[in-house]
Design a protein around this ligand. Sequence first.
Ligand code: SF4
Ligand code: SF4
Ligand code: FES
Length: 498
Amino acid sequence: MPKLTIDGKPVEVAAGTSVIKAAQTLNIPIAHYCWHEGLSVAGACRMCMVEIEKNPKLQIACNTPVAEGMVVHTNNDKVKDAVKWALDFHLINHPLDCPICDQAGECKLQDYYMNYGLYSPEMNQRKVKKSKAMSLGDRVVLDQERCILCSRCVRFTTEVSKTHELGIFNRGDRCELSTFEGRPLNNNYSLNTVDICPVGALTSKDFRFKQRVWFLKDFETLCNGCSTGCNVTVSYNQNGVFRVRPRVNQEVNGFWMCDEGRDIYKHTNKEFRLDQVIERNDQVGGAAVKGKPVALAIQEIGKSLSATVKKGGLESIALVVTAQYTVEEYEALFELFKNTVKSPHVYYWKNNEEDFDSFDGLLNRGDKNPNTKGLSDTMTKFGFKGTWEDFEKQATSKSFQYVVVAGPEDQSAYPDLEKKLEILNKAGEVIWLSSCKNEKFKNFKWQIPMKSFLEKEGTFVNFKGIKQNIKAGMSIIPTSLSLQEFSKGVFESMGGMA
Ligand code: SF4
Ligand code: SF4
Ligand code: FES
């Protein structure tokens, strides 16, 4: 393990570590554009210049391995001047369109200009014009003039997605990034190129011009799009969620996430949410009555269940669960069913099980639930074994009086939803717990608004068995409940029956 000093601070790192990485362990920032920890080293941008004592010239920190006794300076006048000049060259042909650029506020050209630049440009030639707002594929737009040719996006498609859509064409100041002919950037990981582009050259069609980044707040959580459980950062404000980007976790998703996962926020926004209680009222011809306070609805549900239990109807209450809730929520609901409702009829509704083991070789899995393992383990812990097939058999031989359903939060992941709704509707009075609305639920006795995965805390267990926590980063539907809150409310309304 070589020992060296960087800006006077001693550090010991593994042999072969680059100077830029060693500086990172000391929280010493070194300017860089082309270097990215998840990609090979290109040494293209020359921004990461450092002075290494006994070397006649400055060196690039991204491609220089540490050595025993090395003495590195990252911030002296010589280094600052070299970075300033490198920046000046990068900006020769870069348009000054920051006010209309979506990257403004999180652009490395802007940041480094403020940190190292603050010069008056000495170039008086005209800037080379290139194409603006070119669609590269379904999700990504390129502004060729803004591209600083760092090649991060090209290396991503070569080394990570291995889809090879991007290349740098032509020579000199005519060099431009583009796609190969007939090969649009349409792989399921294309938006990672937008994340790693250090400037505003690549932008996301979904996000661009929707919101200035300084009006957004971030919080860290997990993607609930499949059983991988990628770590993500969610950007939001009072109008809802605007984007989801990957967060580094080497054990789970490395630096990346898939494009499918970028859309997971959409169903959590207000327009798709079940935002109030809906009750099918038989006294008014089965019409849907909206707006009963949630607490009152829970009280009425608890009373109906307790009246059924008291009549000895334990066999007539069933629970159907999907794998889109947290372990803590299952624990609370199963506790209620095992010890208060005392019904053995707990069934696991699995969507497209035949695809559960499919895998795209990078991150995305066929199991579109975030907590399949957490649900299976918790069912085993409580001794519940029921499957949807068992439920269907039971429901056709004798109707249940009540069926409580913890429905899927992301309904698009349940292609069998409509078919299953028909069966549920015939099985008994359905108490449907769901975060999203759907016109097709109209026959249900109760619809209770539930929190989305962005509004609650708890544990998801991914396909490998790794336990990870989701965070309650925001409140979108204030009246919505978690399964713990639902279970507690029902338990209390049932008079804490045991
Ligand atoms: S588009 Fe962005 S990531 Fe790609 S080469 Fe240009 S600056 Fe680098
Ligand atoms: S791989 Fe799965 S968990 Fe990861 S981002 Fe894609 S959908 Fe989300
Ligand atoms: S970051 Fe080192 S040369 Fe680009």
